[in-house]
Design a protein around this ligand. Structure first.
Ligand code: GTP
Ligand code: MG
Length: 571
């Protein structure tokens, strides 16, 4: 009621206070609430995929078009939810995602859509539509412009800017609440996930005529629970085989007496994939609405096509052969689900690494977010009272249903059912304590001689002279962080030491200073971009910024291999 009151009177200041008050109440409840039920990774993926088949995205004039759009689309079926977003915070490109009650209803809306004869364009079907203003012949009735239905969210993909986030963190009452809020306010939200699954569906539908069993599956931070608002979409496209539920198809393959004629593979597996991706790149570029700036990076260890989706404001990395990446995302998802401290802690550490320049959006000789996440997981595994199980323990608990082998014979079998995995943690440390212990642990870690193994949950002797060695959990002869230079590893050591030093005094006084001011405190001291007069040797070797434009041009032509090979380059 008070919020409605503020909305009706357009009183933003009061509204902000109310929302802060409610958010504080929710937070304190959430912190002490019972652990939520763990959802299996495949179940989560399937739910999201089905949700995408029930959804369309419609470009509108503004959020005020919602009643009109709603009334028009209600003729195709029941609308379960509606979500508004803008491409950029201050521009006039507005979209509404509508979720229907069934895939058939969404298809009916798509099938009834028209092409605009006045505009030229490739006549492709897709879930991306726009809402035409009524022509003078079809004047709107007053009833069309109102509806009881509500938008679930307005401006649903807008990110909180740094100042607002800092205000939220300043107002938290203790360090743990700060860590919790940081996660809540910056994680990829429900609408972000919906839009990413729609991008995947568009690719799947584009090839489904020739490949009815094709599956385009999001992986990486879009689905592993470690994604931030605005994170890219990693997508794996398989023409032939379901990624989820492969066993059923195998059975059919063994039993049926009618067998498809197929084209012969022209070359070896890798070149074949590269050639297929070349054509796929053309197809995406020429035919798919919304897809632009298509770039092919086919010489990388994992060949990918990168593109931008202009209706979703999304960067997409599409691969066809990165199954270990897909299964690794499942492992990360499970680690996040095991204990609710894992994701907030990782978000805090990633933000710290970003603000002190340890990570960088461009690939290079610095540590990646993925390697940083591995450091957090390893830290939580090796504790006296571990918070996370080792990967070996997960592999041991695999049942016959969990067996997964990639085409290259890489074993990605591990227990997937939380109920069957016997691991329970008795560690009750607060997130703030874990954060400090993380920095202290890596301040002491012997990076020079030891490698980090998430499989064993303990350090092992380093197999080679890489500066930082993190055993690739699914391909154990490889190093996830082989790209990290000696200087960057040294910076990591120095920065964890500085962070431990800064945080120590904050953990000793974990509550908001009661001085009535809004000055930064707690974890905000970790996020200062080095203006403090702490002498840091790394300042002399700041990472060289590599612009994406240095690596790829904005065309569909293949890019020659570069010294900074894209993803997993050295792995
Ligand atoms: P951001 O893109 O930074 O938001 O994080 P991300 O987790 O999506 O990382 P990235 O896009 O670099 O990689 C996508 C996924 O591929 C990761 O989540 C991992 O599951 C997987 N991955 C990345 N690097 C490696 C690697 O070196 N080895 C293996 N096995 N998997 C990897
Ligand atoms: Mg990613």
């Amino acid at each position: 009621d008070p919020i409605m009151h503020c909305l009706m009177r357009n009183n933003t200041k009061h509204l902000l206070n109310w929302s802060k008050h409610l958010s504080r109440q929710c937070t304190s409840k959430a912190i002490i609430s019972e652990p939520k039920e763990k959802l299996l990774y495949n179940d989560m993926l399937q739910r999201r995929q089905q949700q995408a088949t029930r959804s369309i995205v419609v470009q509108v004039q503004s959020e005020k078009s919602f009643p009109e759009l709603y009334n028009y689309c209600a003729s195709f079926g029941k609308i379960l939810s509606a979500h508004h977003y803008r491409i950029h915070q201050d521009d006039d490109q507005h979209y509404i995602l509508l979720e229907f009650g069934s895939a058939e209803e969404a298809s009916a809306a798509i099938s009834s859509s028209a092409y605009n004869d006045e505009l030229s364009g490739v006549p492709a079907h897709s879930p991306f539509l726009w809402f035409r203003a009524t022509s003078s012949k079809r004047t709107l009735k007053a009833a069309d412009q109102t509806t009881e239905a509500k938008l679930a969210v307005i401006g649903g993909t807008t990110m909180l800017d740094n100042n607002d986030l800092n205000d939220v963190l300043c107002e938290a009452s203790n360090l743990d609440q700060q860590i919790f809020h940081l996660h809540q306010k910056t994680q990829l939200n429900d609408l972000g996930v919906r839009l990413r699954f729609l991008a995947a569906l568009q690719v799947k539908q584009a090839v489904s005529g020739i490949f009815p069993n094709a599956n385009a599956q999001p992986f990486g931070s879009s689905v592993n629970g470690f994604g931030r608002m605005g994170c890219d979409l990693d997508l794996i496209l398989r023409f032939d085989r379901e990624i989820v539920g492969a066993a059923a198809m195998q059975k059919r393959n063994n039993e049926s007496r009618l067998v498809f004629h197929t084209k012969e593979n022209l070359t070896n597996g890798r070149s074949q994939t590269q050639r297929q991706m070349e054509s796929l790149g053309d197809m995406l570029h020429l035919f798919l609405p919304g897809v632009c700036h298509v770039r092919r990076i086919l010489q990388a260890r994992v060949p990918i096509i990168k593109y931008h989706h202009e209706h979703l404001n999304l960067e997409v990395d599409l691969s066809m052969s990165n199954l270990t990446g897909f299964y690794m995302s499942e492992l990360l998802y499970m680690f996040g689900e095991f204990d609710e401290r894992v994701r907030p802690l990782t978000f805090c550490i990633r933000r710290w690494a970003q603000t002190c320049g340890l990570t960088n959006p461009s690939p290079g000789r610095w540590i990646s977010n993925f390697s940083l996440t591995c450091l957090v997981i390893f830290f939580l595994q090796q504790m006296k009272q571990p918070i996370l199980p080792t990967i070996n323990a997960l592999m041991k608990s695999a049942s016959p249903d969990d067996i997964r082998l990639t085409e290259d014979g890489i074993n990605c079998s591990f227990g997937r059912d939380f109920e069957r995995i016997s691991f329970r943690s008795r560690n009750t440390a607060k997130s703030s304590e874990l954060l400090l212990q993380f920095f202290e642990f890596y301040s002491q870690f012997d990076f020079h001689n030891r490698a980090i193994s998430l499989n064993e949950g303990r350090s092992i002797s380093k197999p080679d002279h890489s500066a930082l060695y993190i055993v690739n959990p699914l391909e154990q002869v490889l190093n996830v962080s082989k790209n990290v230079s000696l200087e960057e590893c040294e910076r990591l050591r120095i920065e964890v030491r500085n962070a431990a030093w800064v945080l120590e005094s904050e953990v000793e006084n974990p509550s908001q200073p009661d001085n009535g001011t809004q000055s930064p405190w707690g974890i905000l001291h970790l996020f200062k971009t080095n203006e403090k007069a702490v002498i840091r040797p790394h300042m002399f070797f700041k990472p060289r910024m590599v612009e994406v434009s240095d690596l790829f041009d904005d065309s569909t032509t293949d890019t020659p291999p570069t010294s900074v090979d894209y993803k997993n380059a050295n792995v």
